[in-house]
Design a protein around this ligand. Structure first.
Ligand SMILES: Nc1ncnc2c1ncn2[C@@H]1O[C@H](COP(=O)(O)OP(=O)(O)OP(=O)(O)O)[C@@H](O)[C@H]1O
Length: 341
């Protein structure tokens, strides 16, 4: 949990190597830069193994990954809670660990688990927090922002898990942070709460706040992130905009052939996996393949039941990447080109 206050900017960032930087950006437009970052725990286990990325001002950047991939370990380095084993981190032009006093006032942090005194009400908790935050917004405003205005006088121990997550977010927002770190911000929220949080995060981005979030919900990353990086075992294995990450994965066309029409009658290029009458085609040329299929169906007078054509979702891309990485680590894969390597 963080106290959030305010000071002035002096962005001065080293250039990150690798695929982390947008070509049209200059270094001072990046508020977070990470270069060859490593983190080791006592005992020598390396949880973060040389990652490089950068986040531009006013951007929402998502860190995704399998359990234990190193997301929280990375975010803690960005928040200045621990010192890297090697590599560099700059947040708003400063080393967040060594120049903590310059960085902390300008960032807001929502940890995975916020520890609140359970006997205080939501408003009392926020007021306590506000006491160590310079330039804090009014407590009522912070609670309203996260939809907790009507629960201000309820004790923390009586709030639901989702409401506590919202209170956590309200505290992170108290100091009007320039950079907001959100570690799994919507875990425990219902569908409506999740959508509300997405709207709030987008609104913050639209007013210039830079947001770095971790999430297990791929749908959340797809809906929110301007850019993202997928981590696996301490390394970034894919990165880019959601569209870039999914574009490298094949699209899918599914349909059922009518009785009496054999899969062998499909145009040659489209013959793909057939499971009885059910056909699945995987293709990197969705438009061309679909056009060819529909023309063939019209020509042959074939009705395609349950026709479904779609680009790969982030979830499919993620699962494929995770599986490929797993296969590679057990020596059974054919290989994978990670965009962020
Ligand atoms: N204090 C610690 N000491 C030793 N190892 C740790 C410590 N904290 C985390 N780890 C290990 O580091 C690895 C990365 O953990 P981390 O919490 O960063 O992953 P994550 O991607 O955030 O995972 P999740 O999605 O499950 O929250 C894991 O293997 C974890 O067991």
């Amino acid at each position: 949990m963080t106290c959030v206050m305010s000071t002035s900017d002096s962005a001065h960032c080293p250039l990150p190597r690798g695929g982390g930087m947008l070509p049209y950006m200059t270094t001072d437009q990046y508020v977070i830069t990470v270069d060859e970052l490593r983190r080791r725990y006592a005992g020598g286990f390396e949880a973060v193994s040389g990652i490089t990325f950068s986040v531009a001002r006013g951007e929402i950047f998502a860190l995704l990954g399998t359990n234990g991939a190193g997301k929280t370990s990375t975010v803690e380095l960005l928040e200045g809670l621990a010192e890297p084993a090697s590599g560099t981190v700059r947040v708003l032009g400063h080393d967040p660990y060594r120049e903590r006093s310059a960085v902390r006032p300008r960032i807001g942090v929502m940890l995975q688990e916020g520890g609140f005194p359970s006997d205080l009400t939501a408003a009392e908790t926020a007021r306590m927090w506000s006491g160590c935050t310079s330039g804090a917004r009014p407590v009522g405003e912070a609670l309203e922002l996260v939809g907790l205005g009507h629960r201000a006088d309820v004790r923390v121990k009586q709030l639901s898990g989702g409401e506590r997550r919202r209170l956590d977010l309200a505290l992170a927002l108290l100091g009007r942070p320039e950079v907001l770190f959100l570690d799994e911000p919507t875990t425990g929220l219902d569908a409506e709460g999740r959508r509300d949080t997405w709207d709030l995060v987008r609104a913050l981005r639209d007013t210039g706040t830079t947001v770095l979030l971790t999430t297990h919900y791929l749908e959340e990353a797809e809906a929110l992130a301007d850019r993202l990086a997928i981590m696996h075992r301490g390394r970034i294995v894919a990165s880019g905009t959601p569209a870039e990450v999914t574009a490298s994965r094949p699209a899918r066309i599914r349909f059922e052939l009518p009785h009496g029409v054999q899969p062998g009658r499909l145009p040659l290029a489209l013959r793909a996996a057939a499971d009885g009458r059910r056909i699945e085609i995987r293709t990197h040329q969705l438009q061309e393949a679909l056009t060819e299929l529909l023309r063939w169906a019209e020509r042959e007078g074939v009705a395609l039941a349950a026709l479904d054509a779609r680009s790969a979702s982030l979830e499919e891309a993620f699962l494929e990447i995770a599986q490929t990485e797993l296969d590679m680590s057990t020596g059974t894969a054919t290989g994978m080109a990670g965009a962020g390597r």
